[in-house]
Write a protein that binds this ligand. Structure first.
Ligand SMILES: Cc1cc2nc3c(=O)[nH]c(=O)nc-3n(C[C@H](O)[C@H](O)[C@H](O)COP(=O)(O)OP(=O)(O)OC[C@H]3O[C@@H](n4cnc5c(N)ncnc54)[C@H](O)[C@@H]3O)c2cc1C
Ligand SMILES: NC(=O)c1ccc[n+]([C@@H]2O[C@H](COP(=O)([O-])OP(=O)(O)OC[C@H]3O[C@@H](n4cnc5c(N)ncnc54)[C@H](OP(=O)(O)O)[C@@H]3O)[C@@H](O)[C@H]2O)c1
Ligand SMILES: *[C@@H]1O[C@H](CO)[C@@H](O)[C@H](O)[C@H]1NC(C)=O
Ligand SMILES: *[C@@H]1O[C@H](CO)[C@@H](O)[C@H](O)[C@H]1NC(C)=O
Length: 700
């Protein structure tokens, strides 16, 4: 059946207004963190109360069996001492600081001493009365071991010293909170910059950004890799592997590491004459670093969750893809863990020195914190690449359940102290992602799909989509096979839309070891099999290949659907061929042609619009087969080659001969994509026009 091409799928690009709208909303969602978050800890009105209490602590009063606050808010000598001290030593301030201090005092009386009716007026009268009796704390006649029956004004230096001590101690908590914001905003700003370049590409302004000088920066900075490996796994030691960030991602991370290290390790005010911690400066440092690293660690939770979400708005806005966000997700998580370890170690040493460890071990919030730390350790260990690669499903189930427990642990740990808004934000991001995922699934529904094994371990899933469900080239979906054994798993696959059938989504799946193998076992290799499926998506970014005069699409093996869909859409979008479009497909054997045969037939209609080159690498393939094999005969207008693609030669030729800007897209075996990225980075200057590389392969 031929498809009515006139019915084109609508382009799913976001309009400028939508983009602006989304950008503003996403920034605004971050802003409330600033406003509703933790109240400031170091305020003068609060600290003057602590400092005066500290200053009065050496003197004895006759409070009977009253609690401290009940006595301090009622018994005239103590009450009078406290308000006289506050009145005399509260630092000048241009706000109505005294009023705030009296309000806070009255609030404390109500909260902690159950004493009501401590009004400004009452405080004034107590103050006036005490001046008649007030004795200076330094008075020679005053004996410290005897009970006093009159108000005492403590020594000025003592009180102001304590004031500074509390200012530093509580101020440190506020600094931790600000540092946390800065880390959140660092990522927001850096990602906005990425978004700016993405918009420049989308509106084809970037084409004029071209110079040798710029190219050398791009080839060294934004395009290069680290140890030549990005999509392809990197062997750290023997079979111990990992996925490395690209160089650009590395620099973004480097800035973040520096910021975090600077915040955690520096900027402490430590001095010997400290009334809270005594002369031991190490203890001061340990306590400050413990508090600050704890808060900064907690401040990581929202971005951590946001980066891992499938429905992360920032992906669409900034053009930074999911695999890139995954890199940031992993590294922010590791840094959060590192900060949490600093927090725990510092407190551990302090508690050991105090000999209070066993006391703290009896407290719930303490135990919950310890448990959260251990959970975090397990999560980080389970996330190593080797395990993820081997048992992705087990990994993801454990990752999510342990993470949920970890979040709950953090919540319980912080509940008595505050800073919970970080946890709430993280939970909010997580829940909204889950809800959007359900909405996406619901939008697609669960239609019956035709699943058909074809060749080369590859089966094809064809399913009718709702008419208002919009796909775009390069998009991918998460497929749920609605089978009792499989429905709970969802795996990412690239789709082509309305290429093989009208409003029909087609997915070409290569059977590997897990879910895909189970599906193949169920459907068998005979005729088509019917099964309900639900597709969650479409996700991903539409790379603006339209804006380039030359488009080179390079695909390997099962990576072809994305680049092919691009080629077809590019051809459809112009009535006369105005761009040079070339699709190069590297495959192992003609078996791969079979599962993609239907789609390739469509390409035959567009031969005036694009060229197709097919490289077949199997030893068994001979070029003369083109004249005999019926399948190859059908596609005789394509160019066939034997052996691997010589990427270097092809790129040099394409770039050297290009007239106008060039876009290169890759999708295929990771090593092939990394090689091409390296080559393009080195050859940027071979082309007198702007060259951009768009990688579609994603690995996480
Ligand atoms: C954006 C994107 C588009 C893709 N498009 C296609 C496509 O069009 N055709 C195709 O054949 N393959 C495609 N893949 C690869 C496909 O997702 C995996 O091959 C498939 O999920 C493997 O399932 P399995 O359980 O059989 O794998 P396993 O044999 O268990 O694992 C094989 C590999 O797949 C990875 N993997 C397994 N499950 C997931 C998952 N849920 N998410 C991410 N990675 C996973 C593992 O880490 C492992 O490296 C795509 C992958 C991505 C990320
Ligand atoms: N959007 C996405 O992220 C997305 C979409 C679809 C598929 N995928 C992934 O894409 C990959 C496709 O792999 P596959 O298993 O289908 O491929 P494959 O069969 O292993 O390889 C395809 C062809 O690429 C050739 N090739 C490999 N490395 C090369 C190199 N460095 N230079 C030149 N040619 C090279 C191979 O040649 P030899 O025979 O000589 O090795 C082979 O002919 C899978 O990992 C799949 O999961 C990802
Ligand atoms: C005034 O202060 C003195 C000394 O603290 C106290 O004994 C007395 O009761 C106070 N008088 C009033 C009216 O509060
Ligand atoms: C994803 O985005 C990053 C940053 O924008 C880009 O460098 C990379 O090529 C893209 N593709 C992959 C597979 O990482």
């Amino acid at each position: 059946m031929r498809i009515p091409y006139s019915v084109l799928t609508k382009n799913s690009r976001l309009s400028t207004t939508t983009t602006l709208f989304l950008l503003t909303t996403s920034i605004i969602t971050f802003l409330p963190i600033l406003t509703i978050a933790e109240p400031q800890h170091a305020t003068k009105e609060q600290i003057i109360i602590y400092a005066c209490q500290q200053g009065l602590s050496p003197y004895k009063f006759d409070c009977g069996d009253q609690s401290y606050w009940a006595c301090a808010c009622q018994y005239p000598p103590v009450f009078g001492s406290l308000v006289s001290c506050m009145d005399s030593y509260l630092p000048e301030d241009n706000t109505n600081i005294k009023e705030k201090a009296w309000n806070l005092l009255s609030e404390n009386c109500r909260k902690y001493g159950d004493v009501h009716g401590v009004t400004q007026k009452l405080i004034q009268s107590v103050l006036t009365n005490s001046t008649k009796y007030l004795i200076n704390g330094d008075d020679k006649n005053l004996r410290r071991d005897e009970i006093n029956y009159v108000p005492i004004l403590p020594n000025k230096e003592d009180v102001l010293g304590s004031f500074r001590d509390y200012w530093v101690f509580l101020g440190n908590l506020d600094i931790g909170q600000y540092d946390g914001f800065i880390i959140n905003y660092y990522f927001l700003v850096v990602l906005s910059l990425c978004g700016l370049f993405y918009q420049l590409k989308r509106y084809s302004i970037i084409r004029s950004f071209h110079s040798k000088w710029l190219n050398s920066i791009r080839s060294k900075l934004s395009m290069s890799l680290i140890f030549g490996s990005h999509s392809n796994e990197f062997h750290i030691y023997k079979s111990f592997t990992t996925l490395l960030p690209s160089r650009l991602e590395f620099f973004v991370l480097l800035g973040y590491f520096t910021l975090n290290a600077h915040f955690v390790f520096f900027g402490y005010e430590i001095y010997p004459k400290n009334h809270i911690f005594g002369p031991n400066t190490t203890r001061q440092f340990l306590r400050y670093i413990a508090d600050r690293s704890g808060i900064i660690s907690l401040a990581h939770l929202p971005i951590l969750v946001l980066f891992a979400g499938r429905n992360n708005l920032l992906i669409r806005l900034t053009g930074v893809n999911y695999s890139s966000f995954m890199i940031y997700h992993k590294w922010t998580a590791r840094v959060m863990f590192f900060d949490a370890i600093i927090h725990s170690l510092a407190y551990y040493v302090l508690m050991l020195q105090n000999g209070q460890l066993s006391y703290y071990r009896s407290l719930d919030w303490f135990l919950n914190g310890v448990n959260a730390l251990y959970l975090c350790l397990v999560i980080v260990i389970l996330a190593i690449h080797n395990f993820r690669k081997k048992c992705y499903e087990l990994f993801i189930v454990m990752h999510i359940s342990l993470a949920a427990l970890f979040f709950y642990g953090c919540y319980l740990h912080c509940k008595p102290f505050g800073w919970l808004s970080w946890v709430y934000y993280a939970a909010g991001f997580w829940i909204s992602d889950r809800v959007l995922r359900l909405v996406n699934l619901w939008k697609f529904g669960a239609p019956m799909a035709k699943i058909h094994y074809i060749s080369d371990q590859t089966f094809k899933v064809s399913v009718q989509r709702p008419h208002n469900w919009r796909a775009f080239p390069g998009c991918f979906v998460y497929v749920h096979f609605l089978h009792p054994r499989l429905f709970w798993q969802s795996h990412p696959f690239t789709i082509v839309d309305s290429v093989e059938g009208f409003q029909e989504v087609t997915i070409y799946i290569k059977a590997k070891e897990g879910l895909t193998k189970s599906v193949l076992d169920i459907i068998g290799i005979q005729g088509p099999y019917s099964m309900r499926v639900s597709l969650e998506g479409p996700y991903g970014i539409e790379n603006p290949l339209k804006n380039y005069d030359n488009v080179l699409l390079i695909a390997g093996g099962n990576g072809v659907p994305g680049p092919f869909y691009h080629a077809v859409e590019l051809a459809k979008s112009s009535l006369i061929p105005k761009r040079r479009i070339k699709l190069i497909w590297v495959i192992r054997s003609i078996d791969s042609l079979r599962w993609f045969e239907k789609a390739l037939e469509v390409a035959l209609d567009y031969l005036g619009y694009f060229e197709i080159e097919i490289h077949i690498t199997s030893k068994d393939f001979q070029l003369d087969q083109i004249k005999t094999d019926p399948l190859l005969l059908k596609f005789r207008d394509f160019k066939f080659f034997k052996g691997r693609l010589n990427s270097e030669k092809v790129l040099k030729e394409e770039l050297g001969n290009a007239v106008g800007s060039v876009a290169i897209t890759t999708c295929g075996p990771p090593i092939l994509c990394d090689q091409i990225r390296k080559l393009v980075a080195n050859e940027l200057n071979a082309c007198p026009y702007r060259v951009d590389l768009f990688e579609e392969l994603q690995v996480w």
